[in-house]
Design a protein around this ligand. Structure first.
Ligand code: ADP
Ligand code: ADP
Ligand code: ZN
Length: 211
């Protein structure tokens, strides 16, 4: 099972990736989580990418593809994987296609802009494992604390209102063209995420079973 999750920031890609990874026993590759870990640890890669993330801009394709390529080469990806947040540009999609990944599907999760603001406005993430919560739509068992590792939940700096606006612009300009790229390739499955996390998961499962 090889799945690419496409959709605007806040659509629920990370949330669904966590659930799909558990269900199918395959790893999630989240470039956002990987880069945030590098930033947190202050590595050279983190220093090079921090400014892009903070400003809501995309990290350059070469940097992203180097990260993804070495991650996909690890043995745990042999039985399948979920790509969360990659590709985000046409050149990234082309680079992936040149890597001969085999058969994959693209789940395009769509949601109204207004709902995106509600979702991102209440998003909280675990500073350690990257697990995602929402203050009202998907609260942790104990307020402010990660269910799995017990670490403190934080607000991502790029979830500030101005940066959300910038990220939505970047999405429409640079990432949305991927919808027709994958539609033409016959790989696209559209998932409308208007309901709860559980309803979206159910819609994805139905779509994958039909496939
Ligand atoms: P993405 O990875 O696409 O940016 P996330 O998975 O981080 O999105 O979800 C954004 C926020 O919305 C999180 O706080 C998450 O808990 C919440 N969320 C995700 N899916 C839903 C849903 N179907 N209904 C309501 N809130 C959701
Ligand atoms: P969200 O799903 O909320 O948009 P992500 O965690 O996927 O957030 O990404 C956060 C930031 O990390 C992006 O705004 C961008 O700066 C960087 N990033 C993540 N994935 C990519 C990618 N494939 N290409 C370029 N930049 C990326
Ligand atoms: Zn955690």
């Amino acid at each position: 099972m090889k799945i690419i999750l496409l959709g605007p920031p806040g659509a629920g890609k990370g949330t669904q990736a966590e659930l799909l990874a558990e269900r199918y026993g395959i790893p999630t590759i989240s470039t956002g989580n990987m880069i945030r870990a590098e930033v947190r640890e202050g590595t050279p890669l983190g220093q090079k990418t921090k400014q892009y993330i903070d400003e809501g801009q995309l990290v350059p394709d070469e940097i992203i593809m180097a990260i993804v390529e070495s991650r996909l080469a690890k043995p745990d990806c042999e039985g399948g994987f979920i790509l969360d947040g990659i590709p985000r540009t046409i050149p990234q999609a082309q680079a992936l296609d040149e890597m001969d990944l085999g058969d994959y599907v693209v789940l395009n999760i769509s949601v109204a802009d207004e709902e995106i603001l509600n979702r991102l406005g209440g998003r909280r993430v675990c500073g350690k494992c990257g697990a995602t919560y929402h203050v009202t739509f998907n609260p942790p068992k104990t307020e402010g604390v990660c269910n799995t590792c017990g670490d403190a939940l934080i607000i991502r700096p790029d979830d500030a209102k101005e940066t959300i606006q910038k990220r939505l612009e970047v999405y429409h300009a640079q990432t949305e063209p991927l919808v027709s790229y994958y539609e033409k390739a016959g790989k696209l499955i559209n998932i409308l995420s208007e309901g709860s996390v559980e309803e979206t998961t159910a819609a994805i499962q139905t779509a994958l079973e039909v496939k």
